[in-house]
Design a protein around this ligand. Structure first.
Ligand code: PLP
Length: 356
C-alpha cells in the first residue's frame, strides 16, 4: 500500500533525494566507491559541498557578506553556539514554544536574556503580538515555525536590532529577506535532508564582537574560514541536501514551493474548518502554520481520537498522532509531501465523520 508520510521530523524527503542518495551509496560520482567510504577532501566531495552552498545562496537569494555553513550538532546545538558567538551583553527572545524555550535556556548561559513575550500560559496556541524589542539588544531571536504547536511567523520581523531565527521546520517554504538577518539556522531533517547536518547562514561581519574565549569547533569563524571542512563534515546528509536543493531548483524555486505549500495547507485547513468533528488548536487563524497542521476532535467526539489514527493508518496515512504536549493530531506538510497525500487525509477525515 502507498504510504502517506506526515511525520514531523525526521520527515518525508523527495523520491529524487532518496533515489540519488541510494545510488551514491553504491557508486559515488563514478568513482567506483560508495560515498560512505571516500575522503571528504576528495575533489568529488568538494564539488558536492560547493554546489550545495551555491544552491542555498541562489534559492534564498543570499546577498554578499554571508557564509553558508554545514555543521553537526543539530539545531539544538545552535541554541548555545549562536549566543556564544553573538551575545555580548543582552539578547531578546520571543517565546513561542518548546524550541524557543530551549533556545532561551541556553542563551542565559551567556548574558542577559529579555523574553519580550510568551504564549506559554495559553499552551503556545498563538504567536504573541505587539511586543517591543529594545534597540540595545545584541539581537532578537525568534522561531519562525513552531513545529509542535502549529504556529508560524511567515514574514521577516522589523526590529531595531540585529535579527536571528531558528527556521528548522519552514526554511525553503517562503522567500526570506536574508539581508535583514545576522544568522539563520535550520536542522536538516524537516525540509532538506536526513538528520545529521545543520544549515547555518551567517553574516560575516556579525562575528568577532564577543570577548569570551570560543572553543575552536563552536566558533563560526572556524567554519567560515575552512568552508565547513575544518573537520569531517556530515558527508552523507550534505550529499542528500544537494539532491533536495537540485530538486527544489528544478521545480521552480522558492516561489513555486511556497505556492504548493499554501495549496496543501489551505486544503487541509478548509477541511478542518468545514468539519463538525475536528477543530484546529491554533486560536488566531493568522498564526496557522503552513508546515505543521495541528488539530483535535471536539469535546463530544474526543474519545474517537485513537480510532481515527487507526482508521487513517489503514489507508497508509502515517505520523498524524499529535505531539504529546498538544494531543490530537498533527499533519506535517513539508515540501516533499505531495498534494495527493493531503487529499487522501481529507478523504479519510470525511469518511470517518460519515461513519461516526
Ligand atoms: C526539530 C526542531 C529543532 C530541533 O532540531 P535538532 O536538529 O533535533 O536539534 C529545533 N527547532 C525547531 C523549530 C525544530 O522544528
Amino acid at each position: 500500500m502507498k504510504k502517506h508520510n506526515f511525520y514531523a521530523g525526521p520527515s518525508i524527503l523527495s523520491q529524487y533525494t532518496i533515489r540519488n542518495t541510494a545510488d551514491a551509496i553504491l557508486d559515488f560520482a563514478n568513482t567506483g566507491l560508495s560515498i560512505l567510504e571516500v575522503s571528504h577532501r576528495s575533489k568529488e566531495f568538494q564539488a558536492v559541498i560547493d554546489e550545495a552552498s551555491a544552491l542555498v545562496k541562489e534559492l534564498l537569494e543570499i546577498p554578499e557578506g554571508y557564509s553558508v555553513l554545514w555543521l553537526g550538532g543539530g539545531a539544538s546545538m545552535q541554541f548555545c553556539m549562536l549566543p556564544m558567538n553573538l551575545l555580548v551583553k543582552k539578547a531578546s527572545y520571543l517565546d513561542t514554544g518548546t524550541w524557543a524555550h530551549n533556545a532561551i535556556k541556553e542563551a542565559r548561559l551567556f548574558g542577559d536574556v529579555d523574553v519580550v513575550a510568551s504564549s506559554e500560559e495559553a499552551g503556545y496556541t498563538f504567536i504573541p503580538k505587539g511586543f517591543e524589542v529594545s534597540a540595545d539588544s545584541d539581537y532578537f531571536h525568534y522561531t519562525s515555525n513552531n513545529t509542535i504547536y502549529g504556529t508560524e511567523i511567515r514574514h521577516d520581523p522589523d526590529v531595531p536590532c540585529r535579527l536571528v531565527a531558528d527556521m528548522s521546520s519552514d526554511i525553503f517554504s517562503r522567500p526570506i529577506d536574508v539581508a535583514k538577518y545576522d544568522a539563520i539556522y535550520a536542522g536538516a531533517q524537516k525540509n532538506l535532508a536526513p538528520a545529521g547536518v545543520t544549515l547555518v547562514i551567517i553574516k560575516e561581519d556579525a562575528l568577532g564582537k564577543v570577548d569570551r574565549p570560543l572553543p575552536t569547533m563552536l566558533d563560526y569563524r572556524t567554519h567560515v574560514k575552512k568552508g565547513s571542512m575544518f573537520n569531517t563534515p556530515p558527508v552523507l546528509p550534505i550529499y542528500s541536501a544537494l539532491q533536495t536543493l537540485r530538486f527544489y531548483k528544478d521545480l521552480g524555486g522558492i516561489k513555486e514551493l511556497e505556492r504548493r505549500d499554501l495549496e496543501k495547507a489551505h486544503m487541509l485547513y478548509d477541511a478542518i474548518d468545514d468539519s463538525k468533528m475536528f477543530v484546529g488548536t491554533v486560536t488566531d487563524p493568522a498564526d496557522r502554520s503552513i508546515m505543521n497542521v495541528t488539530f483535535v476532535m471536539k469535546p463530544e467526539y474526543k474519545e474517537l481520537e485513537p480510532k481515527f489514527v487507526e482508521f487513517a493508518t489503514q489507508r497508509g496515512i502515517i505520523g498524524i498522532k499529535g505531539h504529546r504536549s498538544v494531543g490530537g493530531f498533527r499533519a506535517s506538510l513539508y515540501n516533499a509531501l505531495p498534494l495527493e497525500s493531503v487529499k487522501v487525509l481529507v478523504e479519510a477525515m470525511n469518511d470517518f465523520q460519515h461513519t461516526h
